[in-house]
Design a protein around this ligand. Structure first.
Ligand code: G6P
Length: 613
């Protein structure tokens, strides 16, 4: 949700800014821009609507020469995507600002600033930051003090980078509600929304904390906390490798990430299971004590992570026998839920920075001190990890495709492990049951590799979607949640309207949608609901729609005209089945999107990490 990169070093910063923007593009890609402080100490800015490549092709990187600069790739909130709304925003050729977040009181600030003759050239909330700092500079010693003074007037969420000819050797960086990281280099220092943007120049990072403001020069970094006190923040060495963020031989990041799932799942299981047991400590040192006390579970998440939580509700109630509720974060945070003592509050998030999820956690902690929190997250240094009592890190590696794939299946693995450990702590899971589940989890990488072999057949099926605008996904039990994830993937990347329904609910409304132009995709595992599902398939078939059924070989769905049946594997268990049946749905949406000719890795209007509400 908007990407920031900036730097101050001993050589021209422009090529680094442009390369960094490309790597941050997954965070937003509707316009991009940069401003550098040139050798004659003036702010020189270039902005373009559209993707970073538009900006790159309009910049002569060697001739836009400056050693200090900030850059931004935008996901529009206030003001439509256009050049005039692209960042950086500049005030009176004296303050340049890039911003990620939303300044909620920008209308009030704007009207005050207009009275003071500040002229607005964009429709963004960000412009008030540039003017506010400029105003403060009139009475402050330097850019740091001016930024400190100005941010006191901002309400909302922000991470910002600021430069000015007034203090040419400095970048000011501030974080409140949106992530910002400092890269510590040998020949300069940098700021970024995500480490991946800086891996070419450094692996040393400082993760700013809430309310921090930093004064950064080429050879010094001073950080002040929310009370204005100078503080030391640890420098951490990133384990990320540059190779992890390349597409390799794949056409898209999404395709690469789908095929990385066997490895991502092995990595997530590593050191979390023994021969036939799940290790409770994998969830943190206090996990055992907390899980013994838990009486209720509340799961909160957004998007794909929410769908993972839906599957977990089935597992946690079935295996651990704990009443479990799940809700999307943007709803939960704004209502007055009853929060019982001894509730385990679980957040699930790839990024760990999703604003709604984070705020839901914060609000729960304020309302009831007797809840415990656990986050299942793919980002070790994220806000959710920092603010949760217990953490389980999925080891999916960097996921760049905007549509989540490997982070979903690794979240499911984490939630399966969680169901077992809570079940053990509650004395609901026998050693034998645990062994069966662990055996199933160990088979996952091989089973996924086998499911991926169906790609050829799925490519043929994807042609069905060429001229289609609607699709229906059906599943029962936990497979309804997998159907929801399948529908979400199709919507996100191929722009086909897709809905998922529990197959038994079909006759209460959605069956009216079924016609020849609405393909129906059904998931048919071999489970206790199979016969019911088979009846539902008959109901659909008799309405003339084209059906695609992904089945367990043991399900033996009877072939019918106009129905494609694709066996995925055989005799899957209740934990392995939802994970394995996810794979053909991911491949189907990927190939449907290719046929539709959409931008698979950067679908329209979306961003990977949504750090605004
Ligand atoms: C955005 C992304 C989704 C993601 C959701 C939640 O909407 O486009 O792919 O599932 O945010 O993100 P999180 O990082 O919290 O899992």
């Amino acid at each position: 949700m908007c990407g920031i990169i900036g730097g101050i070093c001993k050589k021209n910063i422009t090529p680094l800014l442009l390369k960094g923007l490309k790597r941050l593009e997954y965070r937003g890609y509707d316009s991009a821009g940069l401003v550098v402080l040139t050798t004659d100490n003036t702010l020189q800015r270039v902005r373009e609507a559209g993707k970073v490549d538009n900006l790159v092709s309009n910049i002569d990187a060697q001739n836009l020469d400056g050693k200090v600069g900030i850059a931004h790739t935008r996901w529009a909130t206030h003001g439509k995507p256009s050049t005039k709304n692209a960042h950086p925003h500049i005030c009176n050729n004296s303050v340049g600002v890039v911003h990620n977040g939303i300044i909620e009181n920008f209308l009030a600030l704007k009207s005050e600033q207009q009275k003071q003759n500040y002229h607005f050239t964009s429709d963004t909330d960000t412009e008030v930051i540039a003017h506010g700092i400029h105003l403060a500079l009139q009475t402050c010693e330097n850019l740091l003090e001016a930024t400190q003074k100005a941010i006191k007037t901002f309400a909302g969420a922000y991470s910002i980078g600021v430069i000015s000819p007034t203090n040419p050797g400095h970048i000011i960086a501030a974080r409140s509600g949106s992530p910002l990281i400092i890269g510590v280099g040998k020949y300069g220092n940098f700021i970024t929304s995500d480490q991946v943007a800086l891996l070419d120049v450094t692996k040393q990072f400082i993760f700013l904390e809430e309310g921090d403001i930093a004064d950064i020069s080429a050879n010094s970094i001073s950080i002040f906390d929310k009370n204005g006190l100078q503080v030391e923040r640890e420098i951490k060495t990133s384990k990320l490798k540059n190779g992890q963020i390349s597409k390799g031989n794949y056409a898209h990041y999404m395709q690469k990430e789908i095929f990385e799932q066997p490895q991502a799942i092995s990595d997530t299981l590593e050191s979390r299971i023994t021969k036939d047991k799940v290790m409770i400590e994998a969830f943190g040192n206090d996990a055992q004590q907390i899980f013994q006390q838990v009486e209720h579970i509340q799961i909160i998440a957004c998007g794909t992570s929410y769908n993972a939580g839906l599957v977990a509700k089935y597992w946690l109630e079935d295996i651990a026998k704990i009443p479990t509720h799940i809700e999307v974060a943007s709803e939960y945070r704004y209502r007055n839920p009853v929060i019982l003592d001894n509730t385990l509050f679980i957040t699930i998030s790839q990024s760990g920075e999703t604003a709604d999820t984070l705020e839901a956690l914060r609000s729960v902690k304020k309302r009831n001190a007797a809840v415990h929190s656990l986050t299942i997250c793919n980002s070790a240094e994220s806000s959710l990890v920092c603010e949760s009592e217990l953490t389980f890190l999925t080891h999916a590696g960097v996921e760049i495709g905007v549509a989540s794939t490997k982070t979903f299946t690794t979240q499911l693995v984490a939630l399966a492990l969680l169901s077992v450990v809570i079940g053990k702590c509650q004395k609901q899971v026998s050693e034998q049951q645990e062994k069966v589940i662990v055996d199933g989890l160990k088979r996952l990488p091989g089973l996924i590799a086998k499911a991926l072999e169906q790609e050829g057949q799925i490519i043929k099926l994807a042609k069905t979607f060429k001229n289609k605008f609607n699709a229906l996904f059906l599943g029962r039990g936990a497979m309804h949640a997998i159907a929801m994830e399948g529908a979400l993937k199709l919507k996100e990347i191929s722009y086909i309207h897709a809905e998922a329904y529990p197959a038994g609910e079909l006759k209460h409304g959605p069956i009216a949608l079924i016609d020849r132009d609405t393909p129906v995709i059904a998931i048919a595992p071999k489970d206790e609901l199979l016969d019911k599902l088979k009846s539902n398939l008959q109901e659909v078939k008799s309405r003339g729609s084209h059906m695609i059924v992904f089945e367990d070989e043991a399900s033996n769905v009877a072939p019918m005209e106009g129905m494609d049946i694709i066996p995925i594997t055989h005799n899957l268990g209740r934990i392995t089945a939802p994970i394995i049946f996810t794979i053909p749905l991911q491949l189907l949406s990927y190939h449907a999107a290719l046929i539709k000719g959409t931008d698979v890795d950067q679908p329209r209007n979306l961003a990977k990490s949504v750090t605004v509400e």
